[in-house]
Write a protein that binds this ligand. Structure first.
Ligand code: GYE
Length: 323
């Protein structure tokens, strides 16, 4: 073959290949994306707002969302993920109820070549390649912010500060990290003592029940309640009132999330401060899903930005709150 002919043939072949590739690209873009999302449950106001955010943003992004509620049980989440794999969804996202025990199912997803995005809570796995990205809050920092508020609030006080702690779900990332961040700040300040600490599973009912037990055991010894979420604090407020004490006054109350219920409690003078943890992860999840499908690489960690709201700011902030 003459050199010229050879070159021309080569160019035609290349152009053909390019057309095929472009065609495939378009096909991919036009195809509706299916996202399987395994939600933890409906344990708190936070979770309800999170589910709503995911549903609304999937709809707005034109993504077909298959949402499954695990009722706070890891085995249900594993079942849901397996069913997403069987259905061959394009992307799987989930908020892991606890940190450990995910390797086998995540490996199954990887073998099926379905990318997994973690939202809200992290997993504890040795192999980081089992998930593509984790988006959510820095829970350790939230714990630090809660403790920093307390240290500042009680800085002129010489007496010991006795704290009771209502922990979130045992083994969950927010329970582990919020405890860690809080303890980190008070550990070299001997006047602060956590005298009781127990799980309230992130629910109002459990928060109330455990606070009743704390009050029975410690009575007026309790100066501060640190609750890992607003719902448990709201449950505990009821228990404190029923015990004839004034929440927010006799016992300082610190919690996390900044849901509307917490602002209402602050405006009523019963909750002293809430540290923000935003559940509005839907829009950034949908962007991530689309980016993934377009072949883009996602950052391994996407951190949510958040603030702290003391009681004094509640009335002014309340109308602006979206969850
Ligand atoms: O703080 C709590 C919810 O994982 C950040 O879960 C979330 C936590 C949130 O039940 O209210």
């Amino acid at each position: 073959m003459k050199r010229r002919n050879f070159v021309t043939t080569g160019m035609v072949a290349l152009a053909g290949l390019a057309l095929i590739l472009v065609g495939q690209g378009c096909q991919k873009e036009n195809k509706q994306i299916t996202l399987g999302f395994s939600q933890i449950g409906a344990e708190s106001e936070w979770r309800t707002a999170n589910t709503k955010s995911i549903e609304e943003s999937a709809k707005a992004a034109g993504i077909d969302l298959k949402l499954s509620d695990a009722q706070q049980k890891q085995e249900n989440q594993i079942k849901a993920i397996r069913s997403f794999i069987a259905q061959k969804v394009d992307v799987i996202a989930f908020s892991p109820v606890v940190e450990t025990g995910w390797e086998p199912v995540l490996r199954e997803a990887k073998e099926a070549k379905i990318p997994v995005i973690l939202t809200d809570r992290a997993v504890d796995t040795k192999d980081d390649s089992l998930w593509v990205s984790f988006m959510g809050s820095d829970f350790v920092e939230e714990g630090r912010r809660a403790a920093n508020w307390l240290v500042e609030k009680t800085k002129d006080q010489k007496d010991p500060v006795n704290i009771v702690e209502l922990q979130g779900t045992v083994g969950s990332a927010p329970a582990i990290d919020r405890k860690k961040g809080f303890e980190e700040v008070i550990k070299d300040k001997p006047q602060f003592k956590i005298i009781r600490s127990q799980t309230g599973d992130f629910t109002r009912a459990k928060g109330k029940e455990v606070m009743e037990a704390f009050l029975k055991a410690e009575g007026k010894n309790i100066n501060v309640l640190y609750a890992h979420n607003d719902d448990m604090a709201i449950g505990a407020i009821q228990a404190i009132e029923e015990a004839g004490l004034r929440p927010g006054k006799d016992i300082l109350i610190i919690s996390i999330d900044a849901v509307k219920g917490a602002f209402e409690a602050m405006m009523a003078g019963k909750l002293n401060v809430t540290v923000e943890c935003s559940p509005l992860l839907g829009p950034q999840l949908m962007t991530a899903v689309k980016d993934l499908m377009a072949g883009k690489q996602l950052p391994k960690r996407i951190v949510t930005e958040e603030g702290v709201f003391p009681m004094e700011t509640a009335a002014q902030e309340f109308p602006k709150r979206k969850y």
